[in-house]
Design a protein around this ligand. Structure first.
Ligand SMILES: Cc1ncc(COP(=O)(O)O)c(C=O)c1O
Length: 402
């Protein structure tokens, strides 16, 4: 019906590459098969009790049942300001430099919607968390990909990144207005230190572009590595915003709490568009989020340890499978090179085969962009016992293939 009426914008979104893996997974589960599922970055533990208790208390108060404030209640914006002060020594204005969002994904998409004109150019790493590209594509902008590389310690190869960035800035027309970075990086787990941001901010000021930095995995870092914030660089607020989420740090993925902070012009654009689109997040959830940020932080140590232990178990138990695995410094993922003899299949076919034959679900690297080909992303959301079981299943599958 109405074939002449086209929805052009939605056509700019391709079929989700992960959808075919999800479909197979669903069918297998419906047939009663046990799938060991490493495919989605969906934290598996419970939200800490003190946060749940606060939600329950706040939910019982009638005054919290009405519409909320679209940019977030003042108390939560203040908790965010205090979190930045404590963690990074950074000062933010709770009114003009902070916006609460319904998860950082919602914040990112609406920010991009608010600040992008059709035909703009944005520079995004490749591979990337898919919405980092597609928010721009949906808004009629174009994306220039910078393929990223890293060393054995999973530190980003700065030289290659900045060479490609400078090339893109010189050659692209119109001149790129936005650069998106995301470290610790999903999917590769690559990290950067503060010196990366120093250089990026100085280039942004010279070449005149805005930076959006997503630090969703900031707290999931191991050993001596501490995730830096771009705002530790003096003057970064002139050119940058940072997005963050409670999803990963406090096992609160379903609660949908995130925030965007920093550059006043960008934050105010986001606050404005949100004031038209939504009435703010459920107030009791926002109140509970203040407790997550202000309350005891030992739960983060437990969550961090859980992922780090799983990482080690996976690395040890996958020895001999042919996967190329380097230990991450941060995140909840492992970015594993596909065994040489199966690379020709491509990551999507390889994942389908592993799923059907070994009953183990990974995310195909190509789903994160063409530079993700040759890899799979393993989200560490299964316990240690099941990680070992997955390794056994894969070894058996590889043996049968010979
Ligand atoms: C890099 C990155 N940013 C943002 C998000 C979205 O998080 P949220 O739950 O806050 O929307 C994710 C989720 O996987 C992510 O990997």
């Amino acid at each position: 019906m109405f074939d002449e009426i086209e929805f052009d914008k939605i056509k700019r979104l391709p079929k989700y590459v992960f959808a075919s893996i999800n479909e197979i997974k669903l069918k297998m589960r419906q047939n009663g098969e046990d799938v060991i599922d490493f495919s989605m970055g969906n934290p598996d533990g419970p939200t800490p009790n003190h946060i749940i208790d606060k939600l329950c208390q706040a939910a019982k108060k009638e005054k919290n049942h009405g519409y909320s404030v679209s940019k977030g209640i003042y108390k939560l914006r203040l908790s965010i300001v205090n979190w930045y002060k404590r963690k990074y020594g950074v000062n933010l204005d709770p009114n003009t430099e902070v916006c609460v969002t319904m998860g950082s994904k919602e914040g990112y998409v609406h920010l991009v919607q608010a600040i992008t004109n059709p035909g703009d150019n944005a520079i995004v790493c490749s591979p990337a968390y898919p919405i980092h590209y597609y928010a721009f594509i949906l808004n009629g902008a174009n994306v220039i990909n910078i393929p990223i590389k890293w060393d054995d310690e999973m530190l980003l190869d700065y030289q290659s990144y900045f060479n490609d960035l400078q090339k893109a800035l010189k050659s692209a027309f119109p001149k790129p207005k936005f650069v998106v970075v995301n470290f610790p990086h999903n999917p590769t787990t690559a990290v950067v230190n503060k010196d990366f941001y120093e250089k990026l901010v100085s280039i942004a000021k010279k070449e005149r572009f805005y930076i959006i930095s997503d630090i969703a995995y900031a707290e999931l870092c191991f050993g001596d590595f501490k995730t830096p914030s771009i705002f530790e660089v003096d003057g970064a607020k002139d050119v940058a915003v940072e997005t963050y989420t409670l999803s990963k740090t406090y096992n609160m993925a379903g609660w949908r709490v995130g925030f965007v902070v920093g550059n006043k012009k960008m934050v105010e654009a986001l606050q404005k568009i949100k004031s038209w689109i939504d009435y703010g997040m459920h107030t009791p959830t926002q109140i509970a989020a203040t407790i997550a940020l202000d309350g005891p932080q030992d739960c983060i140590v437990d969550i961090r340890n859980k992922y780090e232990n799983r990482m080690q178990v996976l690395i040890d138990s996958f020895k001999g499978t042919g996967f190329d695995i380097k230990k991450p410094k941060a995140s909840m993922f492992i970015w594993a090179g596909i065994p040489e003899q199966y690379k020709h299949l491509g990551s999507l076919e390889f994942c389908k085969e592993i799923l059907q034959e070994a009953k183990v679900a990974f995310s195909p690297g190509v789903g994160f962009g063409e530079n993700g080909e040759g890899y799979v992303r393993i989200a560490l959301i299964e316990n240690e016992k099941r990680i070992r079981q997955a390794a056994r299943n894969i070894k058996q599958y590889l043996k049968n293939k010979k």
